[in-house]
Write a protein that binds this ligand. Structure first.
Ligand code: GTP
Ligand code: SPV
Ligand code: MN
Length: 604
């Protein structure tokens, strides 16, 4: 076991020592990512009451959070760039010095009575030129074991960082020190107004206080692989995106890779693992949440890697029917469940899963619950999640850890839209595709605290994740087309699985049937399938999408595949307001406004 004393890297040593001095933990433990370490931390959490060991799946645990700590807290998420303009209007900005002064207070003694864990990790296969390293300091053993599933934690990475490899500096505390003799709670955290999720992009630094949940605390994920990485990507000429990555194989054995940006809880995990309903087609998974993409020297295509090593997936709604591959991954064991219900036989349960009536369970708030007699609300929190290793996924693509990444043929944008937005729409050009992404919107979900159901603009599904000014981010998308290595850009599509009828029913069956749309996209990339050029983009002709064996009425099909001209026209003022709002500093790319004017003209 490495200790602070053993480290040779003066910068690393003094950074760690500085946080030890400030946080005043009882002891310090440097992690090596071994199975023994993982198991002993799980055992420790069973003893302290954070974890309940399940009977099934094997080697799996259930945790229940504090009731105030159930999702990312966007109103307490800060970008601490030197200037407010660099954060832009989509971020909460705090001056870095001011934020550090505040942190010097809130972190003072924050780890008293606790162990400080030091987690050396890599985002991406550590041997890939696209990978990036980080160290997360935390006082949460729950964070350590989740990071050990979601990222690659190892002694080798620590040794490389100690030998001078660059790394992102990340610090996390639950913000709940223990006084002498004070009893601990299963899920220590600070109240919402005392939480901070802060990114310092210029210093490649993350500091998170007060929350132990998901993206607030597993700092490799949204804080690093998106907020910090977007800044690195812009400087270094690549892209960090909130995208799934899938491999699509046709009946003829031809392969294409597709990425898709959908907002939180809008179907990335499901699409990444889907089981096609059309014969002969195959989908395999490369990633389900984040893609890092770079033009490849050899073929000039945009290549993507999945920087993560696990899935932190939405539990409710996941079933053998909706996503059998996720279920098989979970049931392969080594899974951590957070905020789902506990069954009498020590297994997991959630709404819209495989078992309709679980009998007597304990709900996520630790109360007895059954279908007939339940306290208000669902047994599993709507943003309850499973953390499970990607390598266990039965359809993980063999090349998912390829250091070169996989070449991307198409990029999908999508969200939840009950109205107006058709099933699939192909952009007329790269610029038009960037405009589609910039003006994407979706009905909000439980993945963010508050606001579920409201419509919000969510550019490229990145609203809470762009680590700098959103207009500059659009410019970076446009600039990628002019990258010196770019020979072939992916085609861009806007999809919507969530269109509804007037009575509220989904017009499109979704899930496995989304393969029908993927097939059309695959064929479009080869210049094959038919499309009509419309005011909003290229839409499939009436019979271009394989609808065989589908129970969708002729009327619903028509609604799904036609342009709601009046609906789009009514949306235009909202587009304009949104773009103007983003353009507070006058740096909106002129191409985006030009695309707006062209759309307006085409709609007539
Ligand atoms: P994050 O992990 O938060 O980034 O979410 P995600 O984008 O991976 O979303 P996920 O695949 O977990 O899906 C979230 C919810 O959308 C689940 O409740 C799914 O059942 C539902 N969903 C996914 N795909 C479809 C679809 O094609 N149609 C419909 N109607 N619902 C879907
Ligand atoms: C999301 O909210 O987009 C997630 C979950 O993938 S979290 O890790 O909490 O960000
Ligand atoms: Mn996500």
């Amino acid at each position: 076991m490495t200790t602070l004393k053993d480290l040779k890297n003066a910068e690393l040593k003094s950074w760690l020592q500085g946080w030890v001095d400030l946080c005043k933990p009882t002891d310090v433990y440097i992690c090596n990512g071994s199975k023994e370490e993982y198991d002993s931390l799980c055992d420790l959490m069973v003893k302290t009451g954070t974890f309940i060991k399940l009977k099934t799946p094997a080697n799996s645990y259930l945790a229940r959070s504090d009731k105030s700590d159930v999702a990312r807290v966007e109103e307490r998420t800060f970008i601490c760039s030197k200037t407010e303009k660099d954060a832009g209007v989509t971020n909460h900005w705090k001056e870095p010095g001011e934020m550090m002064a505040e942190f010097n207070k809130v972190f003072d003694g924050a780890m008293q009575g606790r162990t400080m864990y030091v987690i050396p990790f890599s985002m991406g296969n550590p041997e890939s030129p696209l990978a990036k390293y980080g160290i997360e300091i935390t006082d949460s053993p729950y964070v350590v074991v989740n990071m050990e599933i979601m990222t690659r934690v190892s002694q080798v990475i620590l040794d490389r960082i100690d030998a001078g490899h660059e790394y992102v500096h990340a610090v996390h505390s639950n913000g709940a020190p223990l006084a002498d003799g004070q009893a601990d709670v299963p899920w220590p955290c600070a109240p919402v107004e005392k939480k901070y999720i802060s990114q310092f992009p210029e210093e490649r630094k993350i500091i998170s206080f007060g929350s132990g949940y998901g993206g607030n605390a597993l700092l490799g994920k949204k804080c690093f692989a998106l907020r910090i990485a977007t800044v690195l990507a812009r400087e270094e000429g690549w892209m960090a995106e909130h995208m799934l990555i899938l491999k699509l194989t046709s009946p003829e054995g031809e392969v294409k890779y597709v990425t898709g940006a959908f907002p939180s809880a809008c179907g990335k995990t499901n699409l990444a693992m889907l089981t096609p309903t059309i014969p002969g087609w195959k989908v395999e998974t490369v990633g389900d949440d984040i893609a890092w993409m770079r033009f490849n020297e050899k073929d000039g295509m945009l290549h993507a890697i999945n920087p993560e090593a696990g899935f932190f997936g939405v539990a409710p709604g996941t079933s053998m029917k909706s996503n059998p591959n996720a279920m098989k991954t979970i049931n392969g064991g080594n899974t951590i469940f957070t905020n789902v219900a506990l069954t009498e036989d020590y297994s997991y349960w959630w709404e819209d899963g495989d078992v309709k009536d679980p009998g007597n369970v304990v709900d996520w708030l630790r109360r007895p619950w059954n279908k007939a007699n339940n306290p208000a609300g669902p047994a599993a929190h709507k943003n309850s999640r499973f953390t499970t290793p990607a390598r266990q996924c039965p359809v993980i693509a063999p090349e998912w850890e390829d250091p070169e990444g996989v070449p991307i043929s198409a990029i999908l944008f999508g969200g939840r839209r009950k109205t107006v937005v058709p099933l699939v729409n192909e952009s007329l050009s790269w610029e038009h595709g960037v405009f589609m992404g910039a003006t994407m919107s979706s009905e909000m979900t439980a993945a963010t605290l508050g606001g579920a159901g409201q419509l919000r603009f969510d550019p490229m599904a990145m609203l809470p994740f762009i680590g700098y000014n959103a207009c500059d981010y659009f410019q970076h998308w446009l600039d990628m087309a002019k990258h010196r290595l770019c020979k072939k850009l992916p085609k861009i599509y806007y999809v919507n699985w969530f269109r509804r009828g007037e009575d509220g029913h989904f017009l499109w069956p979704g899930y496995g049937d989304n393969s029908r749309v993927l097939k059309w996209i695959f064929e479009r990339c080869d210049g094959k399938a038919a499309a009509n050029e419309t005011a909003i983009g290229n839409l499939p002709t009436e019979d271009a999408i394989d609808m065989s064996g589908l129970d969708v009425s002729a009327e619903d099909k028509k609604t799904l595949l036609s342009v709601d001209t009046e609906g789009w026209k009514a949306t235009l003022p909202q587009f304009k307001d949104w773009l103007d709002k983003l353009n507070k500093y006058g740096n909106m790319p002129k191409e985006i406004f030009a695309q707006f004017e062209e759309l307006k003209k085409r709609l007539g």
